[in-house]
Write a protein that binds this ligand. Structure first.
Ligand code: ADP
Ligand code: MG
Length: 729
């Protein structure tokens, strides 16, 4: 025992970087090489077809079959020139990750041979057997059909010999079984509502786009060490392991020099991502040892979500080539920071304005103020739902752990914006009246200095922070599909914007001048959403009390937080915007609860196995060595002296016994608890039982295992330790 661990550690230390040849061209030349983007469409499609495609994109009209056929022919030509033989619909089911079903480009030629065929029909629709994807009871298994259909807003791309077609995935009866379908609806809703509000300021605006810039954090672990840890392998996180004496306390990893093996991995990853049209920009070490970050330039939200899904699968693949495993779990290691995925979000217009960026004139700033305040209105009204949108069994470990945002959604605005809001709120009616008739040109709205864009006023503890020209939703988990958070956020803001426009219109209908009407509603809203605004320390205990007083959602139990999706306010919002129906929300919650209980169940089983196969045998063996030593001393030395000489080891034997006894009893109790709660048939109740009754065992058992790790002889310990897992040279 133990020698396997030493071998894998030794092998890991001997590894050299896998050198990656830089492409001969510059990044701008190979950017999008494997993507059927607009440039290639222009080249491969007849002009008429390309124009129709643009209409579909710009006006949201459905793709007709003839155009689909013509696009498919162009795609096929390009793909075959690139050596492609297969194609697949690529979709985002409600599990983690993406799914695909590959078909070769072949059909019978009905003369005994084959022809290479790829029709518009295949582009537009496929019927993957949906029976083994989670559907939360929407579709009973005998009705196993689900449809996938191309999303023309997300270009097809090539991976290996396969043409990948990004699709939505819906059930036979039309309910969304994926993330993309409701996301597209939420984006359409925020476009419509945002455009209506923009037109109060500028009638030329015809489209509002939501942007997303994600920052993906991840850990790398040597693959040999990873393979020797059944918990990492099966659950994505370590269920045991004592903290390394040195980890992140020196802050020497953050922005430090990137180890060479990792640098080569990053280079490889970025080249492949750029070839797939993902505009990678930033890479750096993160706070914890072995933790890193990749961030591209922001893109339109739907495309950015696809690109994030693609990057996560690329990371896993490229890491293996470099002898690593990429950990995307939010909390792979206790005691050091976990991984998140900041979602930088803003709205822009087709006239080139970032609606969350301050402008140069008072009117620009009034519009800016409107979008900031209505964003806060949405976040305030649906703060519980937004928390539910980022909550998962894995992200629950990270939230509220004094490193990531707390499990209460609030918004940081910074000094300048806070003062701006105060000023507007407290400006008097007189001032308002004096504005009338002057078309707002002499508004008493302080011009925001341009340096705001480079706002250094930052607060790392805030889950939803304003950062100069965008909001940063920081609570999103590293492994999550960003769509979940983006569906909730864009819907919440769309609802707030709809209500804003309605209330402004109502005042104007009564004869109130436009600017006055806008300011009146904004003042009202600044007061209403005040409880969501918090610039202080989100980690403090005082904040938890204060947040509860303010009526913010302070629930911490993951399965209970999912209830927020079924609150009347949530259902009403999603239904009124046409994003999701109650039936869809209910079905999706079933899946969330089921996923939650299964994850805890797997962790609990894996920990039980580790205890029985590793921890107890190793501790017992070491105890036997100690007992042997005690016996030999007693045989060698006279009574009193022997007593003194054995004292330390006898104490150790007792301590080992205390820990192993606790562990074995707790594992037995945990297994009994599982058996008992498994009788529960209702998904929500089962998830709650796993949260309340099973999960606590994971922590208490771990505590005693980690104590044993400190006591037992290093050579006997079979499982790689934190200090080994966490240091790449
Ligand atoms: P940080 O300092 O938080 O690490 P970065 O400079 O790395 O921020 O940028 C984070 C992300 O925010 C990037 O993807 C960037 O493109 C994106 N971003 C910048 N401006 C906007 C905006 N107006 N809307 C959405 N995303 C934006
Ligand atoms: Mg950031």
């Amino acid at each position: 025992m133990g020698s396997l661990r030493f071998n894998v550690v030794e092998e890991a230390f001997k590894k050299h970087p896998v050198h990656v040849e830089a492409p001969a061209e510059r990044p701008s030349d190979f950017y999008g090489k494997y993507v059927f983007n607009q440039e290639k469409m222009f080249k491969y499609l007849p002009a008429k077809t390309y124009r129709k495609y643009r209409e579909v994109l710009d006006q949201g009209a459905p793709l007709d079959m003839q155009t689909a056929d013509e696009i498919a022919q162009g795609m096929k030509k390009w793909a075959m020139e690139m050596g492609v033989t297969h194609c697949t619909h690529w979709f985002q089911p409600l599990t983690e990750g993406t799914a695909e079903k590959h078909d070769a480009f072949v059909e019978h030629d009905w003369k005994g041979g084959m022809v290479e065929e790829f029709s518009g029909k295949l582009l537009v629709q496929q019927e993957p057997d949906a029976s083994s994807f989670p559907s939360g009871g929407i579709r009973s298994t005998f009705e196993a059909r689900g449809y996938s259909a191309w999303d023309p807003a997300s270009p097809v791309f090539i991976i290996g010999d396969t043409l990948m077609i990004p699709t939505v995935f819906i059930s036979y009866t039309g309910e969304a079984l994926d993330y993309k379908a409701p996301l597209k609806k939420a984006l359409a809703a925020v476009d419509k509502a945002g455009t209506a509000v923009c037109q109060l300021f500028d009638p030329n605006v015809t489209k509002v786009t939501a942007n997303l810039g994600w920052e993906q954090e991840y850990f790398l672990v040597d693959e040999g060490l990873y393979a020797a840890r059944p918990d990492l392998l099966l659950t994505g996180r370590t269920l045991m392991g004592h903290e390394s004496s040195k980890n992140q306390q020196m802050d020497d990893h953050y922005f430090g020099a990137i180890p060479e093996r990792v640098a080569e991995f990053m280079r490889d990853l970025e080249i492949q991502a750029l070839e797939l049209g993902i505009p990678c920009k930033t890479r750096h070490n993160e706070v914890a040892p072995n933790q890193f970050e990749l961030a591209p330039i922001f893109e339109e939200c739907n495309l950015a979500v696809d690109h994030n899904m693609l990057v996560m699968s690329l990371m896993r693949k490229v890491a293996r080539k470099h002898g690593f495993r990429c950990l995307l779990h939010e909390k792979p290691f206790a005691g050091i920071n976990g991984s998140g995925k900041h979602n930088n979000w803003s709205l822009t217009t087709d006239t080139g304005v970032i609606l969350h960026a301050p402008g140069k004139t008072p009117e620009d700033n009034l519009r800016f103020l409107t979008f900031v305040v209505e964003t806060l209105m949405g976040v305030h009204r649906h703060n519980g739902l937004l928390k539910a949108s980022i909550m998962s069994a894995t992200n629950a470990h990270r939230l509220g752990a004094n490193e990531a945002p707390p499990a209460i959604v609030s918004s940081f605005l910074g000094k300048q914006i806070s003062e701006f809001l105060d000023k507007v709120e407290h400006s008097t009616t007189d001032e308002l009246i004096s504005l009338e008739g002057k078309h707002g040109l002499q508004l008493d709205i302080p011009q925001i200095p341009e340096l705001m864009i480079d706002n250094t006023d930052r607060n790392r503890t805030s889950p939803f922070a304003f950062t100069g020209n965008r909001f940063e939703f920081r609570a999103v988990g590293s492994v999550a599909n960003c769509a979940s958070a983006m569906i909730a956020l864009n819907s919440a803001v769309a609802e707030a914007l709809v209500s804003f426009r309605e209330r402004v219109d109502a005042l104007m209908a009564k004869g109130t001048e436009k600017i006055t009407a806008i300011l009146t509603i904004l003042r009202e809203d600044i007061k209403t959403c005040k409880p969501i605004h918090f610039d202080g320390n989100g980690y403090s205990d005082e904040w938890k009390e204060e947040a509860a007083r303010r009526g913010l959602d302070c629930e911490t139990s993951c399965p209970v937080i999912f209830d927020r999706y079924l609150d009347d306010s949530s259902v009403k919002m999603f239904e009124s915007l046409g994003v999701m129906t109650r039936a869809e929300l209910e079905a999706r919650n079933e899946i969330k609860w089921e996923t939650y209980h299964k994850k805890i169940q797997i962790e609990s089983r894996v920990l039980g196995d580790i205890v029985m196969n590793h921890i107890i045998p190793v501790a017992t063996r070491y105890q036997t060595v100690l007992v042997d030593n005690v016996q030999k001393i007693q045989n060698t030395f006279p009574g009193d002296e022997a007593k003194e000489l054995c004292a330390y080891n006898i104490d150790l034997i007792r301590r080992i016994n205390e820990h192993t006894t606790f562990i074995v009893n707790a594992v037995n109790e945990m297994v009994d608890t599982r058996r008992r709660v498994n009788q529960i048939t209702e998904e929500r109740a089962l998830a709650i039982a796993y949260h309340d009754e099973v999960a606590p065992f994971l922590d208490s058992i771990r505590y005693h295992i980690d104590k044993l790790e400190l006591i037992v002889e290093d050579g006997m310990w079979t499982l790689p330790k934190y200090r080994e897992l966490l240091w790449i040279r």
